[in-house]
Design a protein around this ligand. Structure first.
Ligand code: ANZ
Ligand code: ZN
Length: 808
């Protein structure tokens, strides 16, 4: 018999995909559900390249949770949709000389019918979302209007990140290491009037909730860092020459007696009046140079400290000393107030600047209570010196004493500074939802009335940005010119579209409520289904999508539309799939199309292989042989678990009972902790035991089928049917184990290969080295690393550890 007749996986895949469709097997009764579980995965943007196995890895890992929860009695809702507006889609269309409005539906159809449906995740397609459909973006615009009316959206002119290749501004979150997140071009600055959302209003809550959210530490750390809370003081420095004052933000008010000069960012608006006529020419040159540099060049290209002296002085409010005002690009206009009090003895950049220009360095903190030679800035603890009546205070006491003293004189106050800035959502591009605002000469800024939504994105053949800093929509006269909804006179529309991260910041409210035509979401349904129970997706969205969604949730809560203030109860970041060590991503040419693997080995083999590659939260290296080997395993399952030749009457031996119950217990635990690879290896061990002892028994087979079902749904559903059941295996209860069969005098062995932990296996206490060796030689997770390599020796620690040393 050839393989294909033995295990006709392609027929089984097709059969069940059609059956599940016909039975509406994945449709959730949103209204009637009694135990809702909202299982969400980040929705994809449908690129022309299609999904790659890295995406499939992420989606399948989420699907396993959905199927597992369903079998544990939950009404699981697992929707899917497409985040189809935005720069990526539009840039790609331009490159292909295509039109995004034509390309997007094609890509969506391919994703859905040619890819996602072949993987058979339990998506309820009756709640599909496409963010570019007017039925959807109407509500994106509505949301913007609510934010505007509640004071969370405002318009301002600011110097912003400008991508010269995408011809649009970008939010801070979309600039990665100085480059455009979408096209990797170095970002410059441009001053434009833009719409902002007040993320800063919620800075403290965004930070505080991280303490209790069930999210990975790495994501929380990234958000904490991005929010960037600093406690300190704002202190006023007078500038007698121009009869003005500036405020600075400092985290070290205790060092004020050591503030021997000030530094302003080159873009600081006061400089035009501060700089003395003599220095004007130098300053202009320096300012121009800086303006032409990207943020990264400012930090790296110059290599050394640069700056110019303004010729003017400020007054240090602590000791009334005149301190020179310098100008340097190491001070950023966007941070704090764009000016700093420089304390060279205790801040490294100030130290280097002072050394370069020969400025006074005065030590005011010392661990010994006296001056010591400084080769670099001293940033440690100590007591105040050279600080008049504050001498002898510790750093923390000194901070309070000095701020209180200056506060009385109205020269300082406590201040908490956040690094996060408001979210700029204007994009001078075509492919996005138009911002629903009208400008009238008489009435000013007028929101589009809600009943006039959506503001339709006009069809434009020539949709490309022209670099003017204005959106292409402005070129469409029919769109641009309108009448004022308040006074009826001629008026013009806002022509920028919103960032597509606005579309994705609220989509999960819409999924359960896609049927609601007159509301953004149905309040009762939302109460029942939200917050999302489990959210899975890549951690690259830690400070973009995940932060924006949290902000929108808090704003909706304040506006009174929802009664919770965090959108995702639990978030899990899937790992990354690598190919020969390199991260697989759409921007690199190393992506692997899942389809050929599905055709050749079956959807179950690909799914299960991806879950077996490594820890779900770490990812792993994709290998062709791996898929093939998994196909082999599934075929063995198939042949062993078919009802034919079953001995229904014979009782199970205690050894088999032990293996069976232990597997139930461990697979359950493993799925709960996203340790899919160990769950699969336990099923492999169980199959080994069953084949070795030729156990062919209904109970055992049915249990095995249920345990494997979340990973390999097609073959398990087929086997389940062949055992004579007409209901889906996914409507069966997850198997229970009985402790009596599991509790045995057992210990957990850590198995290492060349010093790296590769598996943990439970074994009877007090086994000999040979018995433990026999156990690891049967363990697929270990065999992956030992393979056909020669074992040089074994280090055996009874009841604890086995380290296998193999020839590399
Ligand atoms: C005096 C001082 C003395 C400072 C000292 C530090 C150490 P974080 O913690 O990141 O909030 N700073 C303020 N605004 C700045 C800007 N626009 N560009 C560059 N640097 C700026 O950092 C706050 C500290 O960063 C502030 O405290 C200020 O330097 C600097 F021994 O003030 B400090
Ligand atoms: Zn008007």
């Amino acid at each position: 018999m050839d393989t294909e007749t033995e295990y006709p996986y392609w027929k089984i895949d097709k059969k069940w995909q059609a059956q599940w469709d016909r039975r509406n097997a994945n449709q959730t009764d949103i209204q009637q559900a009694s135990k809702p579980f909202y299982n969400l995965v980040m929705f994809p943007y449908p690129s022309a390249e299609g999904l790659h196995v890295g995406n499939v890895f992420c989606f399948v890992g989420s699907d396993i949770q959905g199927r597992f929860h369903r079998m544990n009695g939950y009404d699981v809702f697992q929707p899917m949709g497409f985040d189809a507006f935005g720069l990526h889609s539009e840039n790609f269309a331009i490159k292909q000389k295509d039109h995004p409005a034509q390309m997007t539906p094609r890509n969506i159809a391919y994703y859905k019918d040619k890819q996602l449906k072949k993987i058979s995740n339990m998506y309820d397609w009756s709640h599909e979302i496409d963010t570019t459909s007017p039925d959807y973006y109407r509500w994106t615009q509505w949301l913007f209007l609510q934010l505007y009316k509640a004071g969370y959206a405002y318009r301002a002119k600011r110097s912003l990140n400008w991508c010269p290749s995408c011809n649009t501004v970008l939010a801070d979150e979309q600039v990665v290491a100085g480059e455009c997140e979408r096209c990797d071009t170095a970002v410059t600055k441009k001053k434009l009037v833009q719409w902002f959302l007040k993320t800063t209003d919620f800075a403290q809550s965004l930070l505080d909730h991280l303490d209790w959210l069930d999210w990975p530490n790495a994501t929380k750390a990234a958000q904490r860092n991005w929010i960037g809370r600093s406690e300190g003081a704002s202190i006023v420095f007078q500038i007698p020459r121009v009869d003005q004052h500036v405020e600075v933000f400092t985290t070290r008010p205790d060092t004020i007696f050591g503030a021997t000069f000030m530094v302003f960012a080159p873009e600081h608006p006061l400089l035009d009046s501060i700089v003395v006529p003599d220095k004007k020419a130098d300053f202009d040159v320096y300012k121009k140079q800086t303006a032409q540099m990207t943020e990264i060049q400012r930090k790296t290209d110059r290599g050394e400290m640069t700056g110019v002296f303004s010729g003017a002085y400020a007054v240090n409010p602590a000791n009334s000393e005149a301190v020179p005002i310098w100008i340097s690009d190491y001070v950023l206009m966007e941070y704090g107030t764009g000016a700093v009090m420089a304390v060279p003895a205790h801040d490294q950049r100030d130290f280097e600047f002072a050394e370069t220009y020969g400025l006074t360095i005065r030590q005011v903190i010392s661990p010994y209570g006296k001056e010591t030679p400084l080769a670099k800035a001293y940033t440690g603890e100590g007591i105040l010196i050279n600080s008049e009546r504050f001498d002898g205070n510790s750093v923390s006491k000194g901070k309070k004493a000095i701020v209180n003293w200056l506060k009385e004189k109205k020269l300082a106050d406590y201040k908490i500074h956040f690094r996060i800035r408001d979210w700029c959502i204007s994009r001078q591009r075509y492919w996005g939802p138009p911002i629903p605002i009208i400008y009238c000469d008489d009435c000013g800024t007028v929101p589009v009335p809600e009943d006039a939504l959506p503001v339709m994105l006009p069809k434009m053949g020539d949709y490309q940005p022209d670099g003017s800093g204005e959106s292409p929509l402005k070129r469409d006269a029919d769109f641009y010119h309108t009448v004022c909804p308040e006074c009826g006179k001629t008026a013009v529309r806002e022509t920028d579209v919103s960032d597509n991260f606005l579309c994705s910041s609220w989509y999960f409210y819409r999924y359960p409520s896609t049927e609601s035509n007159d509301k953004i979401f149905d309040p009762a349904i939302t109460k029942k289904w939200l917050p999302v129970d489990l959210y899975i997706g890549g951690n690259e969205h830690a400070v973009m999508h995940l932060l924006y969604s949290r902000f929108i949730c808090m704003a909706l809560n304040k506006i009174g539309l929802i009664d919770f203030n965090e959108p995702f109860r639990k978030y899990v970041a899937n790992g990354m799939i690598r190919l020969n060590g390199a991260k697989m991503s759409k921007s690199k040419p190393n992506v692997i199309d899942p389809n050929p693997y599905i055709d050749r080995f079956g959807a179950d083999a690909l799914r299960t292989y991806l879950m077996f590659m490594g820890d779900y939260q770490d990812g792993g290296d994709f290998r062709d042989e791996g898929v093939k080997a998994m196909h082999g395993f599934i075929k063995r399952v198939w042949l062993h678990m078919l009802p034919e030749g079953t001995d229904e009457r014979s009782a199970l031996g205690s050894e088999t009972l032990y293996w069976l119950h232990r597997t139930i217990k461990m697979v359950t635990v493993d799925i709960r902790r996203f340790s899919y690879h160990t769950a699969i290896s336990r099923l492999m061990e169980l199959l080994n035991h069953l084949s070795k002892h030729q156990v062919k028994n209904r109970d055992v087979s049915e249990t095995f089928i249920k345990l494997l079902a979340p990973f390999s749904p097609h073959i398990c559903e087929e086997l389940w049917e062949r055992w004579g059941h007409c209901e889906s295996v996914f409507d069966q209860a997850w198997p229970n184990y009985s402790e009596e069969h599991v509790s045995r005098d057992e210990v957990e062995y850590v198995i290492q290969v060349n010093g790296k932990v590769r598996a943990k296996i439970n074994l009877k206490r007090n086994l000999s080295e040979e018995e433990v060796e026999a156990a690891w030689r049967a363990n697929p997770l270990v065999l992956k690393w030992t393979g056909d390599k020669t074992v040089i020796r074994q280090v055996f620690v009874p009841n604890r550890l086995m380290n296998i040393v193999v020839k590399r």
